[in-house]
Design a protein around this ligand. Structure first.
Ligand code: NDP
Length: 281
């Protein structure tokens, strides 16, 4: 069945962002700037941050990388985030995860100025999402919704099943689907009969990090399946969904599905932060 390829969606979004950046520079003299805080030298994080910097460059967003040592103290991280929050040249801030053991990721995210919280992880932005008010939403859940929109998959009145309930992906995507008037079921590792739940889905979102968890017999024929999972294996990156699901359902590929969308939405959120800043300055 139709593949729900994220790459053309992300490409269109990058083009839109690039045009928005050009207009902001021309009309207001403001060039959006994204600052990434990288603590330590986790190889995966290095790759992600380098990718985000390249993405910024492609659309005309300035990127700044603040490196902190592996043994960074809480005080040093707090100070860095306060400085970036106060820096008038910086419009978006992200704290690359995972953080070393001695640091608390939830606390670090909460220290970012909510106006610069382009990852949507501060309590204020999470609260806005809960209430259905405008604000920054985490990029991956937004990416899921943009794929549904691009491929004209109706959401209102349909049954969406989300597998995974993390603060970063499962919960916010469930809220976005709810705000879009889906009937939403959230499943997790303690769900008693997962296949019975997933088989009811018109829209199935898998966000667990368990390769192959969703097998063909767990999916209703013709459903739209969004595979958020990314697991590194010897055979490359794999998702949560068995690729054989694509025979009877519409499926996002891994890689090339939600991943590119997450990256493009970080750029869009940064542009929005810069726009909001320039109109309030
Ligand atoms: P977490 O580990 O924080 O959450 C995983 C969720 O999956 C938990 O809610 C857990 O349930 C649930 N789960 C685990 N095993 C099962 C199971 N057997 N049956 C049902 N539910 C299960 O991960 P994240 O939400 O941060 O990420 C999920 C996946 O998405 C990962 O592979 C990650 O790499 C990927 N990801 C991809 C992104 C992208 O850009 N494409 C961006 C962000 C993440 P419980 O709460 O009960 O433990």
């Amino acid at each position: 069945m139709r593949e729900l390829d994220g790459r053309p969606v992300a490409k269109a979004m990058r083009q839109e962002v690039a045009a928005g950046v050009r207009a902001l520079v021309r009309d207001r003299g403001v060039r959006p700037c994204l600052a990434a805080v990288l603590v330590g030298s986790d190889p995966g994080s290095e790759v992600y941050v380098a990718g985000k910097q390249r993405d910024c460059e492609r659309v005309g967003i300035t990127s700044r990388l603040v490196r902190l040592p592996e043994d960074c103290t809480r005080e040093r991280l707090v100070q860095t985030l306060e400085e970036l929050s106060a820096d008038r040249e910086v419009h978006g801030i992200l704290v690359q995860q995972p953080l070393p053991r001695q640091l608390d990721a939830a606390e670090a995210s909460a220290l970012v100025d909510p106006r610069k919280d382009v990852d949507g992880l501060t309590p204020l932005q999470a609260g806005r999402l809960l209430r259905g008010e405008p604000g920054f939403v985490p990029c991956t859940p937004l990416g899921v919704m943009e794929i549904l929109r691009f491929y004209e998959i109706p959401v209102a009145g349909r049954h969406a099943v989300v597998v995974g309930r993390s603060t970063l992906v499962g919960r916010p995507v469930a809220l976005l689907l709810l705000h879009a008037n889906a009937t939403v079921t959230i499943c997790h590792s303690r769900t008693a009969d997962l296949p019975a739940m997933t088989r009811q889905a018109d829209i199935l979102v898998a966000a667990t990090g368990r390769p192959g968890l969703i097998r063909p017999e767990m999916v209703r024929r013709g459903a739209a399946v969004i595979d958020v999972g990314i697991t590194r294996t010897d055979d490359g990156l794999v998702g949560d969904v068995d690729p054989a699901v694509a025979e009877a359902a519409e499926l996002t590929p891994v890689p090339g599905g939600v991943g590119p969308m997450t990256r493009a939405l970080l750029l869009r959120n940064t542009l929005e932060a810069a726009r909001a800043w320039s109109s309030s300055a």
